[in-house]
Design a protein around this ligand. Structure first.
Ligand SMILES: [Zn+2]
Length: 455
């Protein structure tokens, strides 16, 4: 099974490590320091992260992986019909700051930075991203600067009639349609999903829909099958990318999972199973987003460091140093810090009879006594204590007894659809299940169905 899923883990780790490297780079100009340029650290916006994942992933794909019907381009097509020659595209180099780039084209960096500040701090431009500069009529000065803030939002800075630089944000207006995608896992989940037209970000979204039920790294079996009704996002009649999964049916290891996206009275969309219970559960299946099991739970195994038979009351996830570790459930931190052979260690006391713990961390991000929420970052993978290399040793307890976290029956407790919305949910579910069965998918107007039914 490892071979099946390893490409995803490797790819995503590669991408996030590359991203971290980008973030760590100094953003100050090397010479001629501009007073407007401060030393800053770069927070990774979720969209940026996904965009970076995409870029890295697409670069790694072999030609086989491209969808052959051309339905979903791996990269969004260029925004203009033909990039006119008046546009200069400048790829930001590592360590390069606006204070060095803009003066080359006669643009005042301080003014542009101040104009853009309500939307973004341009001192934090990311290496590898592209600045688009539009050459003015005189052919030498630049009269417009564009910088992508996310997949759908672009910062535009241009001088007004008085020559004062002003910033606005262009938001892509999509026409939303519905489409069907399906795939069967043969060699790898990754390959099958990409061939069905999913991008890395879509695979992450799919894994997220089922993160309370299935660990996509360790539990997907050969022959697993996914069927999805997805939003297709069009611009000028051209498919740009996929949006959220609207309904998913996933067959794996003899079980079938259904997830229906449904908007509640509060306007927030959540995923429900076919019986109308929220897919959100008290515990995540895994504390790492992408990883692989390198050593399972065992009451007796040969310990690689101690060189003797010893039970392994946890599961080891192989992951690079620095991989984020997330709390599997709400709880209170009962231990945070060194703990003998466990190295840097965190233990969480969850509601009911449950505890979980995380060993060998490189860094601990929580304090003893602190309350944590499910999915909250609690530390990073490392190799402290009795450890042969970076990995997470993850333990789970019920009533103070070690249990196998990969097989333990976890509490369900998914909130049901509120009574007032139950009929609307039932109608919506039937419609979505029919679509998953290959029913006609009407373009365009269906995308409002979720909201209509929810009211
Ligand atoms: Zn272990």
């Amino acid at each position: 099974m490892k071979a099946l899923l390893r490409p995803i883990a490797t790819l995503l780790f590669g991408a996030s490590v590359a991203l971290l490297a980008v973030i760590a780079l100094p953003m100050v100009p090397m010479t001629g320091a501009d007073p407007s340029v401060e030393v800053v650290t770069l927070p990774a916006a979720a969209d940026d992260e996904l965009a970076a994942l995409d870029a890295a992933a697409v670069a790694d794909l072999d030609p086989l992986a491209q969808p052959d019907d051309g339905s979903v381009p791996a990269e969004p097509p260029p925004p203009e019909d033909e990039p006119p020659v008046e546009w200069i595209e400048h790829t930001i180099a590592p360590g390069e700051a606006l204070g060095r780039i803009l003066p080359r084209w006669g643009i005042p960096p301080q003014e542009v930075w101040e104009a853009a500040r309500p939307h973004v701090d341009l001192n934090k431009v990311q290496a590898g991203k592209v600045l688009r500069l539009h050459r003015g009529a005189d052919g030498t000065t630049v009269d417009r600067l564009e910088y992508a803030l996310s997949l759908d939002r672009t910062l535009v800075v241009e001088p007004d009639a008085q020559g004062v630089w002003r910033a606005t944000v262009d938001v892509v207006e999509y026409e939303r349609r519905e489409g069907l995608r399906s795939f069967t896992v043969n060699r790898s989940l990754w390959e099958a999903a990409v061939q069905a037209g999913l991008r890395p970000a879509d695979i992450v979204a799919l894994a997220d829909v089922f993160r309370y039920d299935i660990d996509f790294n360790t539990e997907v079996r050969q022959g697993a099958r996914a069927e999805l009704v997805v939003e297709e996002l069009y611009v000028d009649g051209e498919l740009r990318r996929l949006g959220a999964p609207l309904a998913v049916r996933f067959h794996n290891n003899g079980k079938q999972y259904v997830a229906i996206r449904f908007e509640g009275a509060d306007g927030e969309a959540r995923y429900y199973d076919a019986s109308g219970h929220s897919r959100k559960r008290p515990f995540l299946r895994s504390p790492l987003k992408f990883s692989r099991v390198t050593s399972g739970f065992s009451r007796n195994r040969f310990h690689p460091v101690l060189k003797q038979g010893r039970p392994h009351y946890g599961v080891d996830f192989g992951a690079p140093e620095g991989t984020p570790i997330y709390a599997v459930g709400d709880g209170v931190v009962s231990w945070a810090g060194p703990n003998g052979g466990h190295g840097r260690f965190v233990k969480l006391d969850h509601a009911g009879p449950y505890d979980s713990s995380y060993s060998h961390m490189s860094r601990v991000s929580v304090k003893k006594g602190q309350k944590v929420r499910q999915g909250q970052l609690i530390g990073y993978v490392g190799s402290t204590g009795l450890s042969t290399g970076p990995h997470l040793h993850y333990q789970f307890w019920v009533d103070g007894r070690y249990v196998n976290p990969l097989t333990v029956e976890l509490p369900k407790g998914g909130e049901p659809v509120p009574d007032t919305l139950a009929p609307a949910f039932a109608a919506h579910r039937e419609m979505m299940l029919a679509r998953l069965d290959g029913g006609e998918v009407q373009p365009a107007q269906n995308s409002t169905a979720v909201a209509d039914l929810a009211e």
